[in-house]
Design a protein. Structure first.
Lengths: 339, 366
């Protein structure tokens, strides 16, 4: 009874809360990091150094009037933010934060589910969240969001293929689709897959930037061109849902990259016995640290780079990334067969 | 089977990237622009007509409000035109200080352009960096004349104020800072692949066409026409300084960017020379108490940061207001090239191109 119902439900509750709080604080982190990059201070008013800013933001967004413009497709308009956010959240179900910890004399695994096709599940769920943007663009009955929706769909097909192919190379290396299995494979190999599949890491990260609509691929919401893009017509909490989805997606990508390439909960250099004292730090701490490194890189890139044009993004996707992915896959296969 | 139709999209007058209140009506095929209409007039205040009802000396203040990011250049153009009309001699010290102010103004205007242009293309950090340096110029102006945006800093026949003590040292320090910072901008943009991809071969316009469209300033020079009024028709003290006129080859958005970046360096070169050779003497010439130019008309143009800023002024010799006052604003003339530049490009390029011709709507509409 406890094992089948209570523990998973508790895990889900804890995980959802943890993710949503992280998302709220990601907004603050982003504003702070970008401000530092731009010789500004960032939020400073709400609480010391603005630490309470996310709470103020949430309260503000909750209290805002929720406007539904006339002549929108009401059902789709309401559904779009939800379609955007839910996949981002359910993707966390298969992310392993740590193998097993003992809590109150009770051994729990720090993941909601260890599915044998976890990676496939993440790819599938990740693709759904783009529908939210496309639907929002279509339902808004407004021209700028419509263009944004078109951009989002063009973007999706350009990077998705390359990313999935790169995952195939990685699966060939790891020999499993299970996220827990991939981390364990890295523990066995004694090396992070980042050093085995560096090309896959780079392509996957670029794809991740495109999937989360982050700079330099933030085309669907390009404020300077499309005045906010797909969320032009949204306000209040529905607008916030899109934002939550974007940041939750960033966290998903970071956790996936951490799990696949940087050994998940493993300590640095898992094969060097000399560094065994690093095991004193719990695995989930390593996991969170690594994840935040990637979240930082997301923000850092946004502060530095200009935006690509969408035909250029498609060019990169189809003519650069896909050939690289195919070459990488062939090479991985050859190495696998020969050695 | 399927019908396609054009999408007419209204960009502006309230749009984050139209640099004020420009309205561009785009006809799109997908994201490709088939045609566009540029609608102006949202900021029309009738400055030219107002000027015909103001005292000659009061007009300086109105010229501030045209290109409000380069107020000192507007002042300079107007004062020189009236001086030409009246045959007034301006003391050399005043000429030098005017040159310094005009060049500082050019840097300030180009910094604003650089920041917003980079922001339009998505590089938002450059915007803050450019404004950081622009702030230093505003401080210099504030120390000189007390104002930070609309300076009203020149008078017919000279200047109202001499440089405050220590100002030249601060100006020199600023030149050093700017030279280092321009390299920093180049690290972020010139050597950035995305920036190159976004600006190269976008909005190409060749020399003869640029001339035919009446372009002036950096957009003209980016197309390979080395026309800079500071060189071809020297005014103020420009004839006494050494500087190069940067010229582009391709005439695309990148060249317009590169020309302005190089102008930063030439500006500091001119400012340093002017500070070194700053002569002593009065700052205002012999100007009659009541300014009443003799009957006649004249046209005089200066190289404002945005291009050829010309004033046509006619005086009837009787009243103490101009009989006719007409401005040739560089932004307005350069804006004519926009439909030609935009055609065939994508929506994302539209904002890049609006940025690349560097318009100020206060000057377009007047």
């Amino acid at each position: 009874m406890i094992d089948t119902y209570l523990v998973p439900i508790l895990k889900i509750a804890v995980l959802l809360n943890a993710v949503l709080v992280t998302v709220a604080y990601m907004v603050l982190l982003e504003r702070k990091v970008i401000a530092w990059a731009q010789v500004r201070l960032g939020p400073m008013r709400v609480g010391p150094h603005g630490v309470l800013q996310p709470i103020a933001d949430v309260v503000k967004l909750m209290l805002k009037e929720d406007i539904t413009p006339v002549r929108v497709d009401r059902l789709v308009f309401t559904l779009a933010p939800i379609v955007s956010l839910v996949p981002a959240l359910i993707a966390f179900a298969v992310i392993p934060f740590d193998s097993e910890v003992t809590l109150f004399g009770y051994t729990v695994s720090l993941y909601v589910a260890d599915v044998n096709v976890a990676l496939l599940y993440i790819v599938a769920v990740g693709s759904i969240s783009v529908y939210g943007i496309i639907l929002a663009g279509y339902a808004s009955n407004s021209k700028y969001p419509l263009l944004a929706g078109l951009r989002a769909s063009a973007q999706l097909i350009s990077y998705e293929i390359a990313v999935t192919m790169m995952l195939v190379s990685l699966i060939a290396t790891a020999g499993t689709l299970s996220m827990v299995g991939i981390v364990e494979a890295q523990a066995q190999a004694g090396v992070w897959f980042a050093f085995v599949q560096p090309v896959a890491l780079v392509v996957l990260f670029i794809g991740g930037l495109a999937e989360t609509n982050r700079a330099p691929f933030d085309l669907p919401e390009a404020e300077q061109e499309l005045t906010g893009g797909f969320h032009t017509e949204y306000s209040g909490m529905r607008f916030a849902l899109f934002f939550l989805a974007e940041y939750a997606n960033m966290i998903v990508i970071s956790t996936v990259v951490t799990t696949l390439f940087f050994g998940g909960w493993l300590r640095p250099f898992p094969n060097v016995a000399l560094l065994a004292f690093l095991d004193l730090v719990p695995g989930w701490v390593w996991f969170v640290l690594k994840t935040f490194v990637f979240l930082y890189v997301f923000i850092w890139i946004r502060a530095t780079l200009p935006r690509y044009r969408y035909d250029q993004l498609m060019h990169i996707g189809w003519k650069v990334l896909i050939p690289i992915a195919i070459a990488n896959l062939v090479l991985t296969g050859a190495v696998k067969v020969l050695f | 089977m399927f019908d396609t139709s054009e999408l007419v999209i209204n960009m502006g007058p309230q749009h984050p990237s139209t640099h004020g209140v420009l309205r561009v009506v785009l006809r799109l095929d997908g994201e490709r622009v088939i045609d566009c209409d540029v609608v102006i007039g949202y900021l029309h205040r009738g400055i030219e007509k107002l000027c015909e009802h103001r005292d000659w000396a009061q007009i300086v203040l109105l010229t501030d409000r045209m290109d409000y990011v380069a107020a000192a250049s507007n002042n300079l153009g107007y004062c020189e035109t009236v001086e030409k009309l009246m045959g007034l001699e301006v003391p050399r010290r005043a000429q030098y200080i005017r040159t310094i102010l005009a060049e500082l103004q050019r840097v300030a205007s180009h910094l604003l352009w650089l920041g917003t242009h980079a922001m339009d293309i998505g590089a938002m950090t450059v915007f803050m960096y450019a404004f950081r340096e622009r702030e230093l110029i505003l401080d210099l102006f504030e120390e000189y004349c007390g104002a930070r945006l609309t300076y009203n800093t020149m008078r017919i026949g000279g200047l109202p104020l001499d440089l405050p003590p220590g100002w030249d040292r601060k100006a020199r320090e600023f030149c050093d800072i700017l030279d280092a910072k321009v390299d920093e901008y180049e690290v972020l943009l010139t050597h950035n692949r995305i920036w190159l991809d976004r600006t190269r071969h976008v909005g190409v316009i060749d020399g003869p066409e640029a001339v035919a469209l009446g372009l002036s300033g950096p957009p003209l020079r980016a197309s390979g026409v080395p026309r800079d009024l500071r060189k071809v028709e020297p005014y103020a003290a420009y004839a006494e300084f050494e500087f190069d006129v940067p010229v582009g080859l391709a005439g695309d958005t990148y060249d317009r960017y590169a020309v302005r970046i190089e102008e930063f360096r030439q500006c500091t070169r001119i400012i340093r020379q002017a500070l070194d050779g700053l002569p002593e003497g009065p700052i205002i010439g012999k100007v009659p108490r009541l300014i009443k130019p003799p009957a006649g008309e004249t046209y005089h143009a200066i190289e404002s940061p945005k291009g050829e800023l010309g004033y046509f002024i006619a005086s009837d010799g009787k009243s103490n207001t101009p009989y006719r006052f007409r401005v040739r604003p560089p932004s307005f003339c350069n804006l004519q090239a926009l439909p030609r530049l935009i055609k065939g490009h994508l929506v994302a390029d539209v904002v890049a191109l609006i940025g690349s011709i560097d318009i100020v709507l206060g000057e377009v509409d007047r």
